[in-house]
Design a protein around this ligand. Structure first.
Ligand code: NQM
Length: 376
């Protein structure tokens, strides 16, 4: 028989929160990074806007990959490497985390037999290899198997499912050098936009799990309540946001981010559905239908921080060391439970939240043997 023209790689297609993508065991992928990246691009069908020759979903939120391994680090059970691909680019970015894909890591490890259920619920410590952040993730394992049915509901995913709870242990300064990478809680910047008049505004640059630039929607000439479709269709607004992103990233110590998918750009406005504040999140070139998990943790952190751009915009339930911040977004709200430092209550020391996940398909993804012939 002639050698096959395709290589079969075991994989599970999983929804994690409001994202989805193929999950692999690290050992099933090429160990050499450049070959691994070519395999991931071929598997998803990038670069091509429709990803027609792969299993990507033609949107950044469905052009994601999870790679899972057992950990040798003391006290850590699993390691997770998240890879962000783009439909129309040949980039594979493993720099930032993804808290949504993170929600599927423990179900994946249980489904593939990498770990065993601990009883009615299973809690494992996961280390993200993207930024070295750790978290404890609890899933429902009644009957010794992962349960997907349940009554937990997250906005941005239909129906209800079993809960996946994530407790983040150390989120400050994930990609940036610290929580406030410019050294200030508020920066005033004047932005030069090609073909448009310069504009000046206040921003909070912050990284509590995800690098964000937060600013008032009104300072960019919009209300912050526009639909995702309206924002994605607004070319001049997107040009202003991108000019701001490229300029501020240098102040944040991130250098040239023209080919990076961070920092995420977060427009804020006063809440109007009973939450703490309203958001529209650019990730960074299209507007998210929801908001990223660690983006929500980071926005919530800015809300409890006196002097940030959220101060005076956000409405918090009251002074307490346990704050639940409800972040409104285009398709509902995202609640993050923040634990504040009793000595310095402007500092968030814990963040917990609810997600759901589901196994969608198990099998093998096929990539051309010319991309990888399966040999390590
Ligand atoms: O912020 C989208 C998502 C994300 C990332 C993005 C995420 C996070 O919703 O932790 O979850 O910001 O590109 O999956």
């Amino acid at each position: 028989m002639p050698p096959g023209s395709q290589t079969a790689i075991p994989c599970l297609l999983m929804r994690g929160g409001t994202s989805k993508g193929p999950f692999f065991r690290a050992e099933d992928l090429p160990q050499e990074v450049a070959t691994r990246d070519r395999v991931l691009l071929a598997a998803l069908g990038s670069p091509d806007l429709r990803q027609i020759d792969g299993i990507g979903g033609a949107h950044p939120l469905t052009s994601k990959v999870g790679i899972v391994s057992l950990s040798q680090v003391a006290g850590v059970d699993l390691e997770f490497l998240f890879a962000q691909l783009q439909p129309d680019k040949d980039t594979v970015d493993t720099t930032p985390n993804c808290g949504n894909m993170l929600a599927a890591v423990v179900p994946f490890a249980l489904e593939t037999g990498m770990v065993q259920a601990q009883g009615d619920s299973t809690t494992l410590r996961v280390l993200t290899r993207n930024t070295g952040m750790q978290c404890d993730i609890t899933v429902d394992t009644r009957g010794g198997v992962v349960q997907y049915d349940g009554s937990a509901r997250i906005d941005g995913a239909p129906g209800t499912s079993a809960p996946v709870t994530i407790n983040f242990l150390d989120t400050a300064g994930s990609v940036c050098a610290g929580l406030l990478p410019t050294g200030q809680v508020l920066d005033r910047v004047t932005v030069n936009v090609p073909g448009q008049a310069p504009f000046t505004l206040d921003v909070t640059c912050i990284d509590n799990g995800m690098p964000l630039v937060i600013f008032k929607a009104i300072d960019l000439g919009c209300t912050g309540y526009e639909s995702v479709a309206e924002l994605n269709a607004d070319g001049p607004l997107k040009a202003r946001i991108e000019a701001l992103r490229l300029q501020v990233s240098v102040l944040m110590g991130l250098g040239d981010v023209s080919n990076k998918n961070y920092p995420k750009m977060t427009l804020i406005a006063p809440p109007r559905a009973g939450g703490a504040l309203s958001t529209r999140s650019f990730i960074p070139h299209v507007c998210h239908d929801v908001i990223g998990v660690l983006a929500a943790v980071t926005v919530g952190t800015a809300c409890v921080m006196p002097g940030s751009v959220c101060d005076g915009v956000a409405r918090l339930p009251g002074a307490s060391l346990e704050q639940t911040v409800s972040v409104e977004h285009p398709t509902g709200e995202f609640s993050v439970a923040l634990g504040l430092d009793p000595i310095q209550p402007q500092n968030v020391i814990r963040a917990a939240l609810l997600r759901t996940a589901r196994l969608l398909m198990r099998g093998e993804v096929m990539v051309p043997a010319s991309v990888w012939d399966g040999r390590q």
